[in-house]
Ligand binder design. Structure first.
Ligand SMILES: Nc1ncnc2c1ncn2[C@@H]1O[C@H](COP(=O)(O)OP(=O)(O)OP(=O)(O)O)[C@@H](O)[C@H]1O
Ligand SMILES: O=C(O)c1ccc[n+]([C@@H]2O[C@H](COP(=O)([O-])O)[C@@H](O)[C@H]2O)c1
Length: 194
């Protein structure tokens, strides 16, 4: 089976993430996308991140009802930084029958050359990238571009978790930025200053 693996901090998950997953699925003829919330995202400050159980629950709510979008908790159960190379190696070893594709947004594409064991990652998976307005991923080394496919004619959005958190803090609505059940969850648990 062709499977997209989509890692993120998802603090919180938003419509931009879901649009990326949907369009990547179509572009690469994926049967499923596995959303993998990061336990300790390697390039983010741990003390600024919402506890994992909330981020996980919001991802679960966001994909509910879509049988092709699944949640994988492996990085939340692992100690230490959530290095993608480890995740991919474990997935390849445990399910060798699948072909894995790594889904990322343009800001992450730009950052790929700085990832831990990136050359190993690119030996194991192809990358599907979605543009983000205002982000130009140029001057990438050949070892990245050779394994990277942008989603052609993609619908891009500048929605970010940062913008969602900022709106919440200002008392603005999150409707249409996150799925309704995620918005309800944020309000119920008073996340992000709501
Ligand atoms: N609007 C978007 N368009 C395309 N890709 C996106 C978008 N938002 C997030 N992504 C991608 O989703 C993955 C996970 O991102 P992450 O969970 O850090 O969300 P974020 O919105 O970038 O968060 P933050 O604003 O907190 O940095 C990354 O590959 C990121 O590039
Ligand atoms: O493996 C790495 O070196 C690495 C460095 C930065 C980010 N990542 C992964 O990329 C995904 C998106 O990260 P982030 O910080 O934008 O949420 C998430 O799954 C991280 O674990 C992975």
């Amino acid at each position: 089976m062709r499977v997209g693996i989509f890692g993120g901090t998802f603090d919180p998950i938003h419509m931009g993430h879901l649009l990326l997953a949907q369009q990547a699925m179509e572009t690469a003829s994926l049967e499923q996308v596995w959303f993998i919330p990061a336990g300790e995202p390697p390039h983010k400050q741990e003390n600024e991140i919402t506890p994992a159980q909330h981020r996980l629950q919001m991802v679960r709510l966001a994909v509910e009802g879509n049988p092709r979008f699944l949640v994988n908790e492996m990085e939340l159960k692992r100690e230490g930084p959530s290095y993608t190379v480890d995740t991919i190696q474990i997935l390849k070893e445990s399910t060798p029958e699948h072909d894995f594709f790594l889904l990322v947004g343009a800001d992450t594409v730009k950052d790929l050359p700085h990832w831990y064991k990136i050359k190993k990652i690119l030996q194991l998976v192809q990358v599907i990238g979605l543009g983000r307005p205002g982000v130009r991923a140029e001057g990438l080394p050949d070892f990245v571009t050779d394994r990277l496919q942008w989603i052609p004619g993609a619908i891009e959005t500048s929605i970010s978790s940062t913008a969602v958190r900022q709106r919440a803090k200002c008392g603005k609505s999150l409707r249409y930025l996150v799925p309704d059940p995620v918005y309800q969850y944020i309000k119920e648990h008073r996340l992000y200053g709501t």
